[in-house]
Design a protein around this ligand. Structure first.
Ligand code: DHB
Ligand code: MG
Length: 186
């Protein structure tokens, strides 16, 4: 999935972060075709679980196939639909808070996704959001690009957010100069 997949080194970073906080339950918003999903699922111990949500039907179907090929069907539950509809259902059925949450879906909803991540996590959980630099396009205060505006709103929210302590790590990726926001739930 050129252009939107995380790169292998970013996958390994997510894997290491998930292991560093001994994640047993992981939530991912935005599966794409399952590449980051598989990196994260491989960080889990025996019996660990990962729930991932994908909106695009075609991506969902390819991800299902990739998860099957990776032999991770027991570990990964992939849900097809709009995350903002599915997250309230997860809240009702999920017994334990998520130890690690990765957000890599549509950028205009990032603040809403972060609010859900806060709701579904616990003190010490890690929350990571992809694509928060976008070749520095987020510095353009006059941007009319919804993806850019979504991340700008997220940054404004992070400044005020009392529930999570965040840093932004800038990265020279495969596609462009970008970055991830990495936060620990307080
Ligand atoms: C886009 C989305 C991503 O999650 C990403 O990593 C790169 C690009 C996009 O929608 O343009
Ligand atoms: Mg991304």
């Amino acid at each position: 999935m050129p252009g939107a997949n995380i790169s292998p080194n970013q996958g390994k970073l997510l894997n290491i972060l998930a292991r560093a906080c001994s994640s047993k339950n992981i939530l991912e918003i935005g599966t794409l075709v399952g590449y980051s999903t598989i990196w994260l699922a491989r960080a889990l111990p025996e019996g660990g679980k990962l729930i991932t949500i994908e909106y695009e039907k075609i991506n969902y179907e390819i991800a299902l196939e990739n998860i099957r090929k990776a032999n991770l069907e027991e570990t990964i539950t992939i849900l097809h639909g709009k995350a903002l509809d599915i997250l309230p259902e997860i809240e009702k059925t999920q017994a334990d808070p998520f130890d690690f949450i990765f957000i890599d879906a549509d950028k205009p909803s990032y603040v809403d996704y972060l609010k859900w991540a806060i709701k579904l996590s616990r003190k010490g959980s890690l929350i990571v959001l992809d694509n928060v630099i976008r070749n520095a396009r987020i510095l353009d205060e006059n941007s009319s690009v919804p993806k850019v505006i979504g991340v700008q709103r997220l940054n404004d929210y992070l400044k005020e957010c009392q529930e999570v302590d965040f840093t932004i790590l800038q990265m020279v990726g495969e596609k462009e100069y970008d970055g991830m926001a990495i936060g620990i739930r307080k």
